[in-house]
Design a protein around this ligand. Structure first.
Ligand code: GLA
Length: 708
């Protein structure tokens, strides 16, 4: 998979090639990344960059050359991948090694060699001006179309080294005939798909709000301008990181494109003493010549196999009921038990107690950090309540927000200095809370101990790990990375101490939905916005980077608490069924017909959840471009598929839409389990399905197809 021949490195994944070379002056020259090719060293890159107007003594003008690890200031004046104290830097090849497998990254989450088919190339470059060693890591996986890259910087000088920026990867493409698609935008509307042409200059898709953020997901696609779901070259870059990040798309004077992804250089600085090493987060590079659909399915496979790990990786995820939108913080033991008991009768498998169970928390103005039960509300304690719930035959889960502290809490009164603050400034509150300084070991230890002691004492099989505000008042440059490393230590220790527990990440909904978190927690709450129609957009946008098995999706009340919309129980259920399914409403107040509908949905979820969790995802109609959304999930041997179409608004006198399905077995017949109708796969895929929507707005049409 990795060959070194005549100074060329040939990296091959399943259907991809990545090629670069060491030139005669010792620079690393990028040659190719894309569809798998049979390359010959002499045919790949002309020597044209050795030119009469070169600036460098070795006859090289790097400004003209596609590189693997660009620096600034000598013969390249474009944006650099690594930058040391704004000093001129020149990096040249020193050594390399190739080995089977892949090592973990120090202190950071990263992909694993789950299928034992990885090979890694480590190339060390040396900067003799600054006495810095930079090692580039490339891991290829034989069964995957994703390459993992990261960088390590070691200070070889006697004096301290200042790092101003360290992107995890950089690629130079020889043209700028690209468009880019990224996923933005705010709380309650995460991962909106935004496409723009790649124009002259820089596009910095970044976030500096402390976590990976609602505003900008650390996942960006660079693609042919006309790429669609089935056709066109699509590259994607996903950072395995939960702090401030940046993906920079930069075109130069000759209209070539440089893409870099890593920690956001804004607000960043890192100091290394002699012999110390800095490790960047990992970036995942995926390519497909078969459009966004091909790219997403490759990346989903990678995430499901090489990012998600632990006991729950390949286990059916429980159907849960969460009390947040049912009671908010206004509950007592009797109410909780009544919901749990009815949920059990409906076939639901897990009850989750959300915010409000600890300290004296009856609203969001106090008690974060005081992780001891409020016995006025829950006289049997968490262990007693968990016992009562599990005795009913339904599992018990609990909400925490471990990284936070309320100014009105015993913890803050005892340790006001434990909250992140800038010297001389009262820290800004958000949702009445402050963030704990997880760069400190004593604070990390407190958080680990307080969560683990509860998990050890009570019968808890699920944790919702929330993180509900941005980080302000960072005390120094580079602090956000220190925080992120501390947060990873805390997360790692807690999840390892409770290996049987299913952890679900959350951050004001989907504000920290990234591959870093997914290394510890196999699923994330996709958004606080639970309106199914809004969720169509949010889940559709999320699906470009992340598989359905990572997305939490729940049925909530009508009218919806965020939008006051009133979609039917069927619409709410159908849309939630395409993720980790659950409920979040007061079922004890529902009429019998809704309870019957829930029972049927729960049964249906049990029938299709393996398909939803492990299947391949096909986007068929894009809600960002029209009034209809449709998608399909197909299992590996193509014997089963779940199809869901949604019409947002009814338009009078308009034909039924025709949607072409995908991924089925050519020539086969399929029966729709819901209607008994029999369809030819060829017709469904090439002629299309007339979608027989019910009358009205916000309606869904689903099929559960089984091959005959
Ligand atoms: C966040 C989460 C919600 C809920 C509340 C509790 O907003 O996203 O699901 O847990 O916190 O305070």
């Amino acid at each position: 998979m990795i060959k070194f021949e005549n100074d060329y490195f040939f990296l091959e994944g399943k259907d991809i090639s990545y090629i670069f070379r060491i030139d005669k002056a010792g620079y690393l020259i990028h040659c190719y990344f894309g569809k798998k090719i049979k390359a010959h060293p002499t045919s790949i890159v002309p020597e044209r960059f050795y030119c009469w107007h070169s600036w460098g003594e070795d006859g090289v003008k790097l400004d003209e050359i596609a590189q693997e690890c660009p620096t600034f200031g000598h013969t390249d004046l474009r944006k650099p991948m690594v930058n040391f104290g704004d000093k001129v830097s020149v990096l040249k090849y020193k050594a390399h090694k190739i080995y089977k497998g892949k090592n973990p990254l120090a202190g950071l989450p990263s992909s694993i060699d789950a299928a034992m088919d990885a090979e890694t190339l480590e190339i060390t470059l040396f900067d003799s001006v600054n006495s810095v060693e930079v090692t580039l890591f490339y891991t290829v996986f034989e069964s995957m179309n994703t390459i993992a890259r990261h960088v390590e910087i070691t200070n070889k000088a006697d004096a301290d080294l200042k790092i101003d920026s360290c992107y995890s990867m950089s690629i130079d493409f020889e043209h700028s005939d690209f468009a880019e698609t990224h996923f933005a935008v705010r709380w309650g509307f995460e991962r909106e798909k935004v496409t723009s042409p790649v124009v002259r200059g820089s596009l910095d898709l970044n976030n500096a709000r402390g976590g990976s953020g609602h505003f900008m997901n650390p996942f960006v696609c660079l693609h042919s301008p006309d790429a669609n779901e089935k056709q066109g070259d699509v590259y994607s870059f996903m950072l395995v990181y939960s702090g401030n990040h940046s993906t920079l798309i930069d075109t130069d004077q000759r209209c070539r494109t440089r893409v870099m992804q890593g920690i956001n250089p804004f607000g960043f600085e890192w100091s290394l003493k002699k012999g110390e090493t800095f490790t960047s987060p990992e970036s995942l590079l995926t390519f497909s010549p078969c459009g966004f659909g091909g790219m997403s399915r490759s990346l989903h496979k990678f995430i499901k196999t090489n990012i998600v790990r632990g006991k729950w990786k390949n286990k059916p995820r429980p159907i849960l009921i969460n009390n947040w939108e049912a009671t908010y913080m206004n509950f007592n033991e009797e109410k909780i038990l009544s919901i749990a008991s009815l949920a059990k009768d409906l076939g639901i498998e897990l009850f989750v107690l959300d915010d409000g169970w600890f300290g004296k928390r009856n609203w969001d103005n106090c008690s974060l950090g005081d992780w001891y039960v409020n016995t006025e509300k829950l006289p049997s304690g968490i262990d007693g309540l968990a016992e009562k719930v599990t005795d009913m035959g339904i599992n018990f889960g609990l909400w925490f927000e471990p990284e936070m502290v309320s100014p009105d809490s015993d913890l803050y009164r005892a340790h006001p200095d434990w909250a992140i603050h800038a010297e001389g400034l009262k820290p800004a509150e958000s949702r009445n809370q402050l963030v704990l300084d997880l760069s400190r070991k004593d604070v990390q230890d407190y958080v680990i101990e307080s969560v683990v002691s509860i998990l050890k004492k009570a019968k808890i099989s699920y944790v919702k790990w929330d993180y509900n505000r941005y980080i302000t008042d960072m005390p120094r440059l580079g602090y956000n990375h220190e925080y992120t490393l501390g947060m990873y230590r805390v997360t790692d220790e807690i999840t390892q101490a409770a290996p049987d527990v299913l952890f679900e990440g959350c951050s004001g909904g989907g504000g920290r939905f990234d591959a870093g978190i997914l290394c510890y927690m196999p699923q994330v709450w996709t958004s606080d916005n639970t309106d199914p129609i809004e969720r169509v957009y949010i889940q559709y946008g999320t699906s470009f980077g992340y598989p359905t098995s990572t997305m939490g999706s729940h049925v909530t009340a009508s009218p919806n608490h965020y939008t006051a919309r009133k979609p039917s129980m069927k619409t709410r259920g159908d849309i939630a069924l395409s993720g980790n399914f659950g409920y979040e409403l007061d079922i004890t107040t529902l009429p019998k017909e809704d309870l019957d509908a829930i029972k049927a949905q729960v049964e249906e979820c049990k029938r299709i959840r393996s398909l939803v969790q492990y299947g391949d995802f096909y986007r068929l109609a894009d809600p960002f471009r029209g009034n209809i959304a449709a998608w399909q999930i197909v299992n590996e041997d193509k014997s089963e598929s779940f199809f869901c179409a949604v019409r947002i608004l009814f338009k009078s006198n308009v034909y039924f839409p025709i949607i072409k399905l995908d991924g089925l077995s050519e020539g086969a017949l399929y029966r729709d389990e819901y209607t008994g109708n029999i369809y030819s796969a060829d017709e469904l895929m090439h002629r299309g399905l007339f979608v027989d929507f019910d009358h009205g707005d916000f309606v869904t049409y689903t099929m559960h197809l089984k091959k005959i």
